[in-house]
Design a binder for this molecule. Structure first.
Ligand code: NAD
Length: 284
């Protein structure tokens, strides 16, 4: 039976560490505040923003949501981003994606000061990660690496296969695994013989956004399997990209959905906000 990579428990530990760090900064008079830009009325986005603000409240981070109409022009959003970059009280901020049609998310994200880029998704943050400069790290891939490390899974020197090459998950995950000295292969929708490549992995990380598509034939005996996927299950609940019941008997460790990468992603946003506030404290 595989060990469970318990993202819920590891995320709770990280939140407790963040709460301590936030309290220390407050004692030194350094504000810790996360702002979010929410454009339009997508109900899922509104729910995510509420969850993130609840998480902030739990660890003592102040938060503010800037809610704007879907019809808000690009220029007005660009001005808001500039204002948030300049506002000393704001430790970090992010733009909740997706944006309504007609807006250019990359142009806005590119304008975020890397010191405040708590999603870690701007081209500057991605570039800094790629060349080994300090940066705020994208929350989901950093959450995956923290989940592995804090569960005692060795990464260095191991054969890792990442399924997915998005800017949000797959590409930064490749960079982070390289930094941890894994030997990394990245697969995508045009990869030939995906089960053959995936089953070479000692660490298999699945972020393809395809409901329950990884079965036992993708998994080497004894592999560590991390499932990044999130899909609503018919009739309620969540499932991932991995067929858990089929894969679990072959794996040495596996992350569940829910309770795996999801809570880690949320915790790493809080961690980044603390990091951003700390950096200001160090400069001052
Ligand atoms: P995406 O759609 O942007 O990228 C998916 C990637 O998978 C692409 O690079 C594509 O080439 C690859 N892919 C698609 N089908 C494939 C196939 N059949 N074989 C091999 N590769 C294939 O998705 P994303 O934003 O990277 O997210 C991936 C999944 O992770 C989604 O289910 C998303 O909901 C989930 N997600 C979860 C969290 C979390 O906190 N747990 C955070 C972000 C994303």
């Amino acid at each position: 039976m595989a060990g469970i990579l318990d993202g819920k428990a590891v995320a709770a530990t990280i939140r407790a560490e963040v709460a301590e760090g936030v309290a220390e900064l407050r004692e030194r008079g350094i504000p810790v505040r996360l702002d979010v830009v929410l454009v339009g009325d997508d109900p899922a986005s509104a729910t995510y923003v509420r969850m993130k603000q609840r998480d902030c409240a739990e660890v003592g981070i102040e938060s503010k949501a800037h809610r704007l109409l879907a019809s808000t022009p690009q220029g007005e959003l660009a001005t808001l981003v500039e204002g948030l970059n300049a506002e000393a009280a704001v430790s970090g901020f992010f733009i909740q994606l997706p944006l309504p049609g007609g807006l250019d998310p990359l142009a806005l994200i590119s304008a975020i000061d890397p010191a405040k880029d708590v999603d870690g998704l701007s081209p500057l943050s991605a570039g800094r990660l790629a060349v080994g400069l300090p940066s705020l790290l994208p929350c989901t891939p950093h959450g995956v690496v923290q989940l592995l490390r804090r569960s005692g899974v060795e990464i260095e020197g191991r054969e890792a296969v990442v399924i997915g090459r998005s800017n949000l998950v797959g590409k930064p995950l490749v960079q982070l695994l390289l930094r941890e000295n894994a030997t990394v292969t990245v697969c995508h929708s045009r990869t030939k013989d995906l089960p053959g490549v995936a089953s070479r992995a000692e660490l298999l990380i699945v972020a393809a956004g395809r409901r329950e598509f990884v079965g036992a034939e993708y998994v080497r005996e004894g592999a560590v399997v991390v499932d990044v996927g999130i899909h609503a299950r018919e009739g309620g609940g969540l499932v991932g990209d991995v067929r858990f019941d089929e894969v679990e008997p072959r794996a040495s460790y596996i992350s569940p959905v829910p309770g795996g990468v999801g809570p880690m992603t949320r915790a790493m946003l809080l961690y980044n906000t603390l990091q951003a506030a700390r950096a200001v404290g160090e400069v001052g």
